[in-house]
Design a protein around this ligand. Structure first.
Ligand code: HAM
Length: 423
């Protein structure tokens, strides 16, 4: 029978990588919480409408990349491709923003997009993110960027490139759309199929097209369509970033791949991810999204960062800490007759707070001790016939290669002392 493989575009996370991810996820929670963000979790399956209305029907994500299916009642559900619409729904739906504003939340979890799989681009991937909901201050746009910046710093990642732009207000974009249509209409015959269609439905998406990139160069600039308050908002963001010591590169063409943005948008890039995989993370302000989802108007801003891509960069820069050993102590019996005594001793040492594995298999002692080396334990506790009779055990320091016979009553303390001294 053929072996069953993991589905295309998904990966198994084995223990060494699991440890690296935990390091990353812990760092993100710690940094976000140091800014007052609190953890939330929202469902992995959502009503498809959340994304068609929220992310936008003309986006690549909604048009081509969603895993959508009907439930048994015929309702259309989608594996979430992103976390902003769900987080906003959760926070505003529970009226958290009526108790305190802004509501600061952080999250981490799996997301799904049916993109062509390649390094750094999967069907199932992981994001960490934050959303700051309920206020429109530019200071909060700068704050969320600073959270991401501190997160990269906590991981030891240097060389991050921050690109920023402003998409202005809804009325700015009406003006800009008109300018784009005037520019692209004479070029219509040369555009790709998607762009030709989007020219009539959502011209801003044309700036996002990889195939028609050559036309983007000559397109009108968004900045020229922004009114005074929009320009002031963006100027304030840039000023706050500078005050925080964060270098921002203005990219007039940055529009992001999701429709819900207004005013500030940004992306993080790194040279390690040469082109193909795309950005390390991104986000921006989305003041109009709550209304699109049927809630009262609620300004908000946030970001999401790709965990797999961030780990690719951390790995290339060598900043991932070595995965810890599975346990510090191996307890083993010499013969099967001592198995129960060995199990009791393992419990005793664990109860004292030391990570302990038990080996009572029927194999030679030297094999068991070699196994201990492979697991990375630093102490072996050996229980044979004499030890059981004497209420004791042999404690071997695998680093120092010394050993001693210790009464059971002193065992946990002896092991702790050896581990403490060796670390
Ligand atoms: P996004 O730019 O679509 O933004 O995704 C954020 C990050 O998720 C990307 O920069 C990338 O690192 C990672 N990512 C996206 N697709 C894939 C994939 N197929 N494989 C691996 N990694 C991927 C959002 O999702 C917005 N919700 C961000 C946001 C939060 N805006 C406001 N608040």
């Amino acid at each position: 029978m053929p072996q069953i493989a993991a589905p295309r575009g998904t990966r198994d996370i084995l223990p060494d990588e699991f440890a690296a991810r935990r390091w990353l996820l812990d760092a993100h929670s710690a940094v976000a919480e140091s800014f007052g963000y609190r953890g939330i979790e929202t469902p992995i399956i959502e009503s498809s409408e959340l994304f068609s209305r929220g992310v936008g029907t003309d986006t690549d994500i909604v048009e081509k990349q969603m895993f959508t299916f009907d439930d048994r009642g015929g309702r259309s559900l989608t594996l979430r491709p992103e976390g902003t619409a769900g987080s906003l729904r959760a926070v505003v739906g529970a009226h958290l923003d009526q108790e305190i504003r802004p509501v600061r939340v952080h999250y981490a979890g799996p997301f799904f997009r049916a993109e062509r799989p390649q390094a750094g681009r999967q069907h199932q991937f992981t994001q960490v993110g934050i959303e700051c909901i309920g206020e429109s201050s530019p200071a909060l746009d700068a704050e969320i960027i600073e959270v991401a910046w501190q997160f990269y710093k906590a991981l030891g990642i240097t060389g991050i490139q921050l690109q920023v732009n402003s998409l202005g207000s809804a009325s700015d974009r009406v003006r800009y759309r008109a300018a784009l249509v005037a520019y692209y209409t004479p070029l219509e015959a040369s555009l790709c199929d998607d762009c030709r269609r989007r020219l009539h439905t959502n011209p801003l998406r044309l700036l996002d097209c990889k195939r028609d990139a050559r036309f983007v160069e000559g397109a009108p600039l968004l900045w020229d369509s922004l009114d005074r308050p929009s320009r002031d908002h963006f100027t304030a963001v840039l000023r706050d970033l500078e005050a925080a010591g964060i270098e921002a590169i203005r990219n007039d063409r940055l529009v992001r791949g999701l429709d819900y943005y207004s005013d500030t948008v940004f992306e993080f890039w790194h040279d390690v991810l040469q082109g193909a995989q795309g950005s390390l993370g991104g986000g921006g302000r989305y003041d109009g999204l709550a209304e699109l989802l049927g809630f009262p108007a609620t300004p908000a801003t946030g970001y999401a960062l790709g965990v797999e891509r961030t780990l690719m960069v951390a790995r290339a820069l060598g900043t991932i800490p070595q995965a810890p050993a599975a346990a510090d102590v191996l307890v083993c019996s010499v013969e099967p007759a001592e198995a129960d005594a060995a199990a009791g001793i393992a419990r005793l040492i664990r109860a004292a707070g030391t990570r302990t594995v038990l080996d009572v298999a029927e194999r030679r002692l030297d094999r068991k001790l070699r196994g201990a080396g492979r697991i990375g334990t630093r102490v072996a506790v050996i229980v044979g016939e004499n030890e059981v009779a004497g209420d004791s055990a042999v404690v071997r320091d695998l680093d120092g290669h010394s050993q001693q016979t210790v009464p059971i009553a002193e065992l946990a303390a002896t092991v702790t002392r050896i581990l403490g001294g060796a670390s």
